[in-house]
Design a protein. Structure first.
Length: 98
């Protein structure tokens, strides 16, 4: 199970990012742990200066603006590529799409 944190103080983009990750995980049938972090000190401890930020398994994978759907799918499916054009074979998990 992947652990996600959405970093942000509550703006619309932060809420949208949280909802997108939640919805796409449900759509793909991927179980995740999702947490919203609003404490500014905690956000800054990750080095994120532009929100929303996304932390996956302790590593910042995104900062600033709402991440695209393809990028979220790549996080959920374990692909290291960040865009669909970088994926080999067009599948997010080595031949078995999630």
């Amino acid at each position: 199970m992947k652990n996600f944190k959405v970093l942000g103080t509550g703006c619309t983009n932060c809420k949208t990012t949280l909802k997108l990750i939640e919805d796409i995980a449900a759509e793909k049938g991927v179980t995740i742990q999702l947490e919203k972090v609003e404490d500014i000190q905690t956000i800054m401890s990750f080095g994120v200066m532009s929100t929303p930020g996304v932390v996956m398994d302790g590593k910042v994978v995104h900062a600033g603006g709402v991440p695209g759907r393809d990028r979220i799918v790549s996080w959920l499916c374990g692909d290291t590529a960040t865009t669909s054009s970088e994926k080999s074979g067009g599948c997010c998990s080595g031949g078995k799409c999630c």
